[in-house]
Design a binder for this molecule. Structure first.
Ligand code: ADP
Length: 259
């Protein structure tokens, strides 16, 4: 099992913010955790990567308990509030990771090329746009070729071009066998990116997760779509992509496919 979260519960003081989370990922894919702000996405990712202690349950990553620090050679986590140092260059940030993880320096040029940041690799981070910072953050978490990559709201606030770049890289990573778990408060952001969407609300997963819901092509039947809309309304996440016109389009599409 690549990821196994079993009955995970977490409280802050007396308040339960995770109320028994179960997640299983058996083969490399992109998984989304979608829920409104405050639903527990960050807490869940912090517990999964053992940055936060939790009160009940177990987490296994790549078949090992998450308390085994060795697995973090192959597991990366892009935190929502990750800090970059303005006076250092992008290269400095990546070199630091290579030094700590014992990776060859050749990985720096390789990953810079991959995320499209060669032209500003040697520039100081203080002048970076949000998109450039996000490229660097992404480079920092994929430089070790992780088998599991957790990303907290990686698409939030990105301009459309940067968002497309990010999506393409995530899809590439999946093709290469990386399991990506990405959180979002907005379903539109992760449309057609994931194989499976877990909805989180008030620290609990909604019973219905949606599979094959947002892959490159839609496979939804009209019944599925109605179910999806129900789930989305219950989860209280924005979903403008599934408006009335889309339903009509889906109906036509389904008919065409059955000819
Ligand atoms: P999300 O990532 O979905 O926005 P969070 O995991 O950040 O949700 O927060 C889940 C709940 O836990 C919220 O009600 C939040 O106020 C609460 N919370 C988060 N961090 C702390 C903390 N350090 N102490 C107390 N409560 C917290």
């Amino acid at each position: 099992m690549i990821v196994k979260v079993d009955g995970l519960k977490k409280k802050y003081k007396k308040d339960w913010v995770l109320k028994g989370i179960d997640i299983e990922v058996e083969e490399p894919q992109i998984i989304a955790l979608v829920g409104p702000n405050g639903s527990g996405k960050t807490t869940l990712m912090n517990c999964m990567t053992n940055l936060l202690t939790y009160d009940q349950g177990e987490v296994e990553l790549l078949g090992q308990k998450n308390t085994d620090t060795k697995i973090f050679k192959d597991v990366s986590y892009l935190q929502d509030n990750r800090i970059l140092y303005g006076t250092l260059t992008a290269y400095d940030h990546l070199k630091f990771i290579c030094d700590v993880q014992g990776l060859p320096k050749s990985k720096i040029e390789e990953v810079a090329k991959r995320v499209g940041m060669e032209s500003y690799l040697k520039k100081r981070v203080q002048n970076f746009s949000l998109g450039m910072k996000q490229h660097l953050l992404l480079a920092m978490v994929i430089i070790n070729d992780p088998k599991v990559l957790l990303m907290d709201e990686p698409l939030t606030g990105l301009d459309p071009t940067s968002a497309i770049d990010m999506r393409n890289i995530l899809l590439e990573l999946r093709e290469e066998g990386t399991t990506v778990i990405v959180s979002s408060h907005n379903l539109d952001e992760i449309d057609r990116l994931t194989n499976k969407i877990y909805f989180l609300k008030d620290g609990a997963l909604l019973k219905e997760s949606l599979e094959q819901f947002a892959t490159k092509e839609y496979y939804l039947t009209v019944d599925d779509l109605e179910k999806a809309k129900g789930v989305l309304e219950e989860a209280a996440v924005p979903f403008s992509i599934y408006n009335q016109e889309q339903v009509t389009f889906e109906e036509t599409d389904v008919e065409l496919q059955t000819v």
